[in-house]
Design a protein. Structure first.
Length: 317
């Protein structure tokens, strides 16, 4: 397929911070009208990769083209084709939804009737028309996130990038409606690129709601084929910051912080209300079984739960 038919092309992307490798040879492309998911656990390089795609971060190697235009820090024309919805809310709480949209629309050089039309369309799409003139500090969390996404759509970008989509429950259903409407209007299947952790819940939502509408690439940690020291990989794991730490104690600190963040913050955000210490004990018990046969009954006895509960714990990972 010729590159002219591709909306985004990323070839052999590399990014390092001194001796620390964050992205190592990532390549993918998105065809025009395709909806694409770039998934990976924390530390695998998804956010770093997409920061390079958006021209927010200089890369050390590789090539990026958006709608055929080379991307770099100063590539204004390439950036104009992208709408980026960050993980954190990027709205002004003391302004109304309409005022926020008009502000960001003017930054995108929208003016007059075109600006008014786009603002009204986004308010309707986000389901905020009846609250358009209320200050956003009074909005619910879901309303704020819908407005955040609407701001990214305001200038009708060819590529909309949504970060940490697993933190926005129900968004896949909205995307399905937009993708199907674009199909009916002859505009392909979609214009979305979504980022998130490759959790079972995220994959279940997308498979149930976007079946046949979405392609995926998962960014895993370093594999044994990529690592230059298999023993180091075995001791430190494949996450770049852990594997490339200057010392084994520094690597251990990173892994402890990662595990704590995952158990205390990430898992609860996905829905399950399981004490972090219980999951930590479960992980420790699994580690002691490394290389042996899985014994769910022994794990259940050790945690004073039943086998079904152990199976549900395993599904989280």
């Amino acid at each position: 397929m010729a590159d002219v038919e591709k909306l985004l092309v990323c070839e052999d992307l590399h990014k390092s911070y001194g001796d620390r490798v964050a992205v190592n040879g990532v390549s993918f492309h998105i065809d025009r009208g395709e909806t694409y998911g770039l998934l990976g656990p924390n530390g695998a390089g998804t956010t770093t990769s997409i920061s390079m795609v958006c021209g927010l971060l200089e890369r050390n190697g590789g090539d990026i083209r958006v709608a055929g235009i080379p991307m770099d820090i100063d590539a204004v024309d390439a950036k104009a084709n992208i709408g980026f919805v960050p993980q954190d809310l990027a709205i002004y709480p003391d302004l109304s939804a309409r005022e926020n949209l008009r502000f960001f629309g003017r930054l995108q050089k929208l003016r007059g009737s075109e600006l008014d039309t786009r603002v009204d369309a986004v308010l309707e799409l986000a389901g905020l028309s009846d609250r358009a003139d209320d200050r956003t500090e009074d909005y619910s969390g879901g309303m704020k996130r819908r407005l955040n996404i609407g701001i990214g759509l305001l200038h009708e970008p060819k590529l909309l990038i949504l970060d940490e989509i697993h933190l926005v429950p129900g968004l896949f259903a909205v995307m399905r409606g937009q993708i199907d409407r674009a199909r009916r209007e002859g505009r392909g299947t979609g214009r979305y690129m979504v980022l998130g952790s490759a959790t079972p819940d995220l994959l279940r939502q997308s498979s149930e709601t976007l079946a046949g509408r979405m392609s995926y690439l998962e960014l895993p940690p370093f594999s044994v084929n990529e690592a230059d020291d298999p023993d180091r990989l075995w001791l430190r794991g494949g996450f770049p910051e852990s594997y490339l730490a200057k010392s084994l104690p520094a690597s251990g600190r990173w892994r402890r912080d990662f595990i704590r963040t995952y158990l205390e913050r990430d898992i609860p955000q996905l829905g399950p209300r399981i004490p972090a210490e219980t999951l930590r004990r479960f992980w420790t018990m699994l580690a002691h079984q490394q290389g042996g046969l899985h014994n769910a009954a022994a794990l259940a006895r050790g945690l004073a739960v039943d086998g079904k509960t152990i199976a549900s714990y395993l599904d989280l990972f």
